[in-house]
Ligand binder design. Structure first.
Ligand code: AMP
Ligand code: GLY
Length: 423
């Protein structure tokens, strides 16, 4: 198959790695990619957010499947343009992508579909936001309504800080004040063809910058999969997944189909397991980053067939995807000063040693080639992805690998999968 993958992060690198592992081999292209992706597949020079440019390229080059990694092309309508021209595309159209792009839209769909989520108040003025803060009480949760690149959410016990956050984001639109939900977080990905869903294996993301969940929220500093402790709480991982399908994913997909905005692509359910049940904290309309880096290495079923079936309305003909029992851990290496103002342009060294550790692959996130050397080009620079027979092995491989990598000022968490490895 001739496949074009849009995006430039570690998530896209992981998707490409997974597709490259299949036989018979595919012809894979990426736009815009990064230095690590460019070492693996040809790069196509085009703007991934330009619907016309992507569609024309796909037609002229006999692309059979376009896989959209990040949210920006979705919200820009790239999937709509491709679908109109009859090209198979994994990713929802602009309207359904509002599930991620607008928290107000997501809450409306959840309300109509009866999906369990936290109570929330949409506030257009500071006065409304303050009333909602006082109504819900501490800890306070304030969210920007639109896309905010992981910076829109503040969870704090400091009322002044909550008000400041609301004041800042109100300049860009509305904010949502939400009830605080307490419990373990789980990311569950479901492939959707608009009517049927098939689940991938659950993962846990580490959103905060520092060890023990200290510091600001980030795009994600590490992840692991599977989640063995789900079995204790729900009897089995499968029972958990079934509950999410029945009470969250299918009602959401049906509601979107009913509104003539079928969701074709990846439904990312960001969940909190509270004492009173599973609650949705957010939906995303794409694969999660860094969770994808730990879910795909465990996927046994060929990814291309799943993405193609979702894109062409034929998921109901497939069995649930199979996963290995291996433990997968990923640790993100970020630039100095990430997430506020990452220092970029610094050289990265030691990747040969890092990728020689057994079970380890390096997924590049923001890397570029400069005068023959590899340099950091953004906040999250790369992911070390390690697979092992158990979490202790996967974790020690990941950190051994990181020990080989040199990036001035580079930061990473040292506690990814520590608790699950110890239990
Ligand atoms: P979001 O971008 O909506 O996923 O939020 C980022 C992070 O903020 C989540 O992963 C949670 O850790 C936290 N968070 C968001 N909403 C809530 C909530 N209602 N209660 C507690 N924590 C939350
Ligand atoms: N890891 C969180 C996200 O992809 O949004």
């Amino acid at each position: 198959m001739r496949i074009l993958v849009l995006g430039s992060g570690a998530r896209e690198h992981a998707i490409i790695t997974s597709l490259r592992g299949e036989t018979p081999a595919h012809e894979i292209f990426a736009a815009p990619g990064n230095a690590g992706i460019a070492a693996d597949v040809p790069i196509v020079v085009l703007d991934p957010n330009d619907p016309e440019a992507v569609t024309n390229h796909a037609i002229e080059n006999d692309i059979e499947l376009v896989v959209i990694g990040p949210e920006a092309p979705l919200v820009a309508g790239v999937a709509d343009a491709l679908r109109t021209r009859g090209i198979a595309v994994f990713g929802p159209g602009k309207a359904a992508a509002q599930l991620e792009g607008s928290k107000t839209f997501a809450k409306r769909i959840m309300d109509l579909a009866g999906v369990p989520t936290g109570r929330a108040a949409r506030s257009g003025t500071l006065h409304e936001a303050e009333s909602a803060l006082d109504e819900f009480g501490a800890p306070y949760v304030v969210k920007a309504d639109g896309l905010a690149a992981g910076k829109g959410v503040l969870v704090t016990s400091d009322r002044e800080a909550a008000v400041e956050h609301a004041r800042y984001w109100l300049q860009h639109g509305a904010v949502l004040v939400e009830e605080f939900l307490d419990g373990h977080e789980v990311s569950l990905f479901l492939l959707s063809d608009g009517h049927t869903v098939l689940p991938l294996s659950p993962a846990q993301d580490y959103k905060r910058l520092g060890d023990a969940d200290a510091g600001p929220n980030t795009g994600g500093m590490g992840a692991y999969s599977p989640l063995p402790w789900l079995g204790e709480q729900f009897g089995s991982e499968e029972a958990f997944v079934d509950e999410v399908i029945d009470t969250i994913a299918l009602p959401t997909i049906r509601q979107l189909a009913e509104e003539d905005t079928p969701f074709i692509g990846l439904l990312y359910c960001g969940l909190i397991l509270t004492r009173v049940g599973i609650r949705v904290i957010e939906f995303n309309a794409r694969f999660g980053d860094p969770e994808t880096q730990v879910v795909l290495p465990r996927l046994v079923t060929p990814l291309s067939g799943l993405l193609m079936a979702a894109s062409t309305g034929s998921l109901s003909t497939l069995a649930r995807p199979e996963f290995s029992d291996a433990a997968a851990v990923t640790v993100v290496l970020a630039s100095e000063n990430y997430p506020d103002a990452p220092i970029i342009g610094r050289e990265i060294a030691g990747l040969d040693g890092a990728s020689a550790v057994p079970g380890v692959t390096i997924a590049h996130a923001a890397t570029t080639s400069h005068d023959g050397s590899l340099v950091a080009a953004g906040g999250r620079v790369l992911n070390v992805v390690a697979v092992g027979a158990d979490f202790a092995e996967a974790r020690s491989r990941a950190y051994e690998s990181l020990g080989h990598i040199r990036l001035e000022g580079g930061q990473f968490r040292t506690d990814i999968a520590a608790r699950v490895a110890a239990s």
